[in-house]
Design a protein around this ligand. Structure first.
Ligand code: PEP
Ligand code: MG
Length: 551
């Protein structure tokens, strides 16, 4: 048995085999080829393998998600047989005496460009499919597997680090736990692990050694320990711990349907944070009062191209409908910093956390912003949608946003498209927004404090930097005072406010938040019932004065 240590960012015990996370590396080099017939044969064999893979994917999808959703794999098979596409690849290999990878990559890029430039929306979208099939052949040519997790059974993922775009693309049913060498507590990958309700460890002192691949192991998210090839005694102990944890979680389910009310009768709303429509099942299972933060940028991260208005509308509408009239607060696109999306073609920045991100991009590239706002307003006719804007630093930004919102509403009205009243709120996650929260409160319907970013900007500590994790002190009085100031300014101006950063689920601060009169806490779905338990055990009147004095 080997034992490794790191930091647990989400509790729970996972038992299963390790799978080394292999990044898709289809970097294409142009090589000169002497034996052209052999290269052509190599390409043709790769194409046959790619088609076989697609057939298998089609059959699997047919059984799991039905014919309509499986159809895409049939379309890809047909595209792989397209004469123009194949002729182009073969021609490049023959005339330029180059490797198959280069020919496939070049053809893929050329065809994708042609499709993107077409007027027809359907044809435009085929550009992503061309890229996809070309990637598939490239992966076969490089001897790799396109699937990052290449097993049928769920596994413990061992990686150096995981970008949010990588995490969202993993097949969630196949992941028992994450173990990464790098990473920080407030990174989006840690947040995603909490949303997925699986144990996750960061900063683990474990090599990415091939010999661990497929080896049986245990991950203890409570202590931050990995046991590789555990002995009988450890296995028995961990199985017991796992059973106890599951039992505790089952006990919490008894709190379903109960109010979030303190012993002295103070009520608070407990909502859920989500990243996509599939998370709603977990939200309902854990009895959230609503959705306090839907990180809509994950829709963009999951795709290879801009999600269309229609695609977004369907997702927002589904979430609103499934939440059946409960509040759904959707945050507009918050990319940049660690959430990089290739097709936005953003320039390299020295300091991306303080760079071109979130609302700054939306106010600059208004067509992207308006597409999202149209989708959101259209979905508002199907449930109770609120919209919230990230990374605000000034009143003028809010005024500009409101003008754009009015334009969108006007357009929809002219087109006879129905929409409902929508609450507009902002994230308070910059010190500037805190300091002018009295002014901002006059312009919006609610505030939601993003403590992850607010802490990083207040303490000048990059939330992504594992080296600084130790001093990333979200209990710092500087941060707590800011939260209190925002609560006071919101209430003095008659609007409600909540917290949707990770701090909302920190049970050692629940009494503090209740004492400040925070109206809503939005947390990962799996943490809702634990928070409800804590609220129900608190007597605010008893603790309030002594807590507020210490801030
Ligand atoms: C935050 O900053 O606290 C927040 C909720 O947003 P994100 O973590 O997505 O940046
Ligand atoms: Mg943020």
């Amino acid at each position: 048995m080997q034992v490794f240590n790191g930091k647990g960012v989400f509790g729970g015990v996972a038992i299963g085999k390790i799978s080394l996370y292999r990044r898709k590396q289809n970097q294409i080099k142009r090589n000169r080829i002497e034996d052209i017939p052999a290269e052509l044969k190599r390409f043709k064999e790769a194409k046959v393998t790619a088609i076989e893979q697609l057939k298998e994917l089609y059959n699997r999808a047919l059984a799991e998600v039905g014919e309509a959703n499986a159809a895409i794999f049939e379309v890809h098979q047909m595209m792989l047989e397209d004469v123009d596409y194949l002729d182009s690849i073969i021609n490049i290999i023959k005339t330029q005496s180059v490797n198959a990878e280069y020919a496939v990559g070049t053809t893929g890029d050329n065809f994708a460009k042609i499709f993107s430039s077409m007027e027809d929306a359907y044809m435009k979208e085929r550009a992503a499919d061309i890229k996809d099939i070309s990637e598939r052949i490239l992966t076969v040519l490089s001897g790799g597997s396109q699937q990052v997790i290449n097993t049928t059974e769920p596994v413990i993922i061992l990686a150096d680090d995981l970008a949010p775009s990588e995490t969202v693309q993993l097949d969630k049913d196949k992941v028992l736990a994450f173990v990464t060498q790098l990473g920080s507590t407030n990174s989006h990958t840690a947040i995603l692990a909490r949303t997925m309700n699986i144990p996750a460890l960061i900063s683990v002192n474990m090599e990415l050694n091939e010999e661990y691949d497929g080896v049986f192991a245990i991950v203890d998210g409570f202590t931050g320990t990995v046991y590789v090839d555990p002995d009988e005694e450890t296995l028995a102990k961990m199985k017991k711990k796992q059973a106890e944890d599951l039992e505790k979680k089952a006990l919490l389910l008894q709190l379903k349907g109960k109010e979030n009310v303190t012993l002295d009768g103070k009520k608070i709303k407990i909502y859920a944070n989500i990243g996509n429509a599939n998370d709603v099942a977990n939200v309902l299972k854990n009895d959230a009062g609503g959705i306090g933060l839907f990180r809509s940028e994950f829709l963009y991260l999951e795709k290879n191209d801009y999600p269309t208005e229609e695609e977004q509308f369907i997702v927002y509408k589904t979430v609103a409908e499934n939440m059946a009239g409960k509040k759904v607060i959707i945050r507009t696109l918050d990319i940049g910093a660690d959430k990089q999306v290739d097709y936005f073609n953003m320039e390299h920045e020295e300091n991306p956390a303080m760079g071109y991100r979130a609302i700054r991009i939306c106010l600059d590239r208004k067509e992207i912003f308006k597409t999202q706002l149209r989708a959101l307003y259209r979905a508002s006719a199907y449930g109770k949608i609120s919209i919230m804007f990230p990374m605000i630093i000034s009143v003028s930004e809010v005024l500009e946003i409101k003008e754009i919102v009015e334009e969108v509403k006007e357009e929809l009205k002219e087109q006879g498209i129905p929409f409902s009243d929508v609450e507009l709120g902002i994230m308070i996650e910059t010190p500037a927004a805190v300091m002018i929260s009295d002014l901002l409160a006059k312009e919006v319907d609610f505030f939601s404090i993003g403590t992850n970013d607010l802490t990083q900007y207040t303490l000048a500590i990059d939330r992504q930097n594992p080296k600084l994790d130790k001093i990333y002190d979200s209990h710092h009085r500087g941060v707590l005072r800011m939260i209190k100031m925002v609560a006071d300014n919101a209430h003095a101006n008659g609007i409600w406010m909540g917290i949707c950063g990770e701090l909302a689920s920190d049970l050692s601060l629940t009494e503090t938040f209740l004492s400040m009169g925070i109206d809503e806490l939005s947390v990962s779905p799996s943490l809702i019932l634990g928070l409800r338990k804590k609220v129900r055990e608190t007597n605010v009147d008893e603790v309030k004065n002594s807590i507020l004095e210490k801030i």
